[in-house]
Design a protein around this ligand. Structure first.
Ligand code: SDX
Length: 428
């Protein structure tokens, strides 16, 4: 007997079904509320509203728990290969050796971009932000593979598009970077792993040989895993709602890239470094900036702090903070910005304003420090986030399509003018 809750409106009682998840989360199913009562619910920013059931990622914001298909993020970040995690998120289970080798082989064979895309990429102004290029380039891929725009695609056709996206995003990202600094692009090489290939395309130059450093490759693999999915965040919800109109997967992913760009979402990793550098140059001490962040009349926020769901430590931030120390030590890098980040964290976590609001460092607070140590430029940080999040966006889209979910179309409460007549302009 499924549980219900009672809702009393104008002295009339309504029974609403309760939905309970595998981790005992509970929701009131309001899918028939308007038909039964004439009422809708209002929840700006969807802070209390579930958009879907999902079996992909579980997170507990109070306990700081995050798992992909039941596997704790700590284990995956420590032991898995990023492409293994892509397979897990998209297809639901960790691959066998045979499945994994076939998956890797397919992706390796699709890393090249059609040469006509070079003309498209070369047309961008130097200094073009790579996220603007990436979002447009991903959507443009759909024009090179028009069969991906058809409805009712076969599983094989969808798998091919998934492989193309996973394979080509690093190439597009590296080419967008090379374009922004006026350097010649590097082509993917099949001898390299996923992360090695990206690093080679980013940093190889005609004048010298480049060999990816294993420390850098391992750190990148870990960062991509930590960013791979995060249930119904802003960009995943964007991918779902665009996909729900039956737009093709390239267009849906392109919309996710755009949503991620915002400084309140994936753009925060770039904003954190810019904030820390500003604090370092300002020399005015940390309390000046902590107080600005607390001042309601000041638009300054502590970037990389706070989270819609985590009201305790973001488990990814813990792992990245340790990885930052490890990578900088192994590479012999001393970055004063890391010291400022640690001091800022220490001061904020002892301040009641942040503690009372459950504001802790999130995934973006330390990630930029590692990207800097890996030689990745600040404007590429959110591109790195997009590369990591791609399998999560694909998995969310695939789950929504498999569920045959209806087109997403929220309601509203109208608060504008009541009916009035048009008047000729000379009478106004
Ligand atoms: C990501 O959703 C996801 O899962 C996202 C993500 C993912 O993996 O996909 O985890 C990735 O986007 C991480 C978040 C990156 N963004 C930032 O670091 C930007 C800084 N953080 C804030 O803008 C904010 O914390 C948000 C946007 C992350 C969350 O905002 P909410 O949930 O809407 O919370 P809120 O704005 O209502 O804040 C609650 C209170 C407010 O104060 P009061 O009105 O209660 O007095 O906390 C304050 C806010 O002013 N507050 C901050 C703050 N964040 C919230 N005050 C100072 N500095 C901050 N960073």
């Amino acid at each position: 007997m499924s549980k219900t809750v009672q809702l009393i409106i104008d002295n009339k009682s309504y029974e609403l079904p309760v939905v309970e998840g595998s981790e005992n989360e509970k929701a009131i199913d309001i899918s028939k509320l308007r038909a039964q009562t004439g009422y809708i619910t209002l929840d700006t920013g969807y802070k209390n509203t579930g958009a879907t059931k999902s079996g992909i990622t579980f997170l507990d914001g109070e306990k700081g728990i995050l798992s992909y298909r039941g596997y704790p993020i700590e284990q995956l970040a420590e032991k898995a290969d990023f492409l293994e995690v892509c397979y897990l998120l998209i297809y639901g289970d960790l691959p066998s050796t045979k499945e994994f080798n076939a998956f890797k082989e397919n992706i390796t064979n699709h890393t090249l971009i059609h040469e006509d895309m070079r003309i498209f990429l070369d047309a961008y102004p130097t200094k073009a932000h790579p996220m603007g290029i990436l979002s447009a380039a991903v959507c443009t891929l759909s024009t090179f593979y028009p069969e991906s725009q058809k409805q009712n695609r076969s599983d094989e056709a969808v798998d091919l598009t998934i492989q193309r996206l996973l394979a080509k995003l690093p190439t597009l990202a590296a080419w967008a970077y090379k374009n922004s600094i006026g350097h010649p692009v590097n082509y993917p090489k099949n001898k390299y792993s996923y992360c090695e290939n990206f690093l080679n395309m980013m940093f190889a130059m005609p004048a010298f040989d480049y060999e990816p450093d294993p420390v850098v490759v391992n750190a990148l693999n870990k960062l991509l895993i930590l960013h791979a999915d995060h249930e119904q965040n802003c960009s995943a919800s964007t991918v779902r709602i665009v996909g729900s109109s039956q737009a093709n997967l390239y267009a849906s992913i392109s919309s996710g890239v755009s949503a991620l760009w915002g400084p309140l979402h994936g753009g925060a990793n770039q904003a954190v470094i810019e904030m820390l550098e500003k604090i370092m140059v300002d020399g005015g001490g940390l309390m000046k900036w902590i107080n600005k962040a607390k001042d309601k009349d000041d638009s300054f926020r502590l970037m990389g702090f706070g989270h819609r769901v985590y009201k305790n430590f973001d488990p990814r931030a813990k792992i990245i903070k340790k990885a930052a120390d490890d990578v900088l030590n192994k590479l012999g890098i001393v970055d004063p910005v890391l010291d400022i980040a640690k001091e800022l964290e220490e001061v904020a976590l002892n301040d009641d304003y942040f503690k009372s609001r459950g504001l802790y460092p999130n995934v973006d607070f330390y990630s930029g420090i590692i990207y800097r140590a890996l030689g990745i430029p600040t404007e590429m940080f959110t591109v790195m986030f997009a590369m990591g999040r791609l399998p999560g966006w694909i998995a969310q889209w695939k789950e929504m399509m498999a569920d045959n979910q209806p087109i997403g179309r929220p309601r509203q409460i109208y608060t504008g003018s009541k009916e009035r007549d048009y008047s000729d302009i000379h009478k106004r």
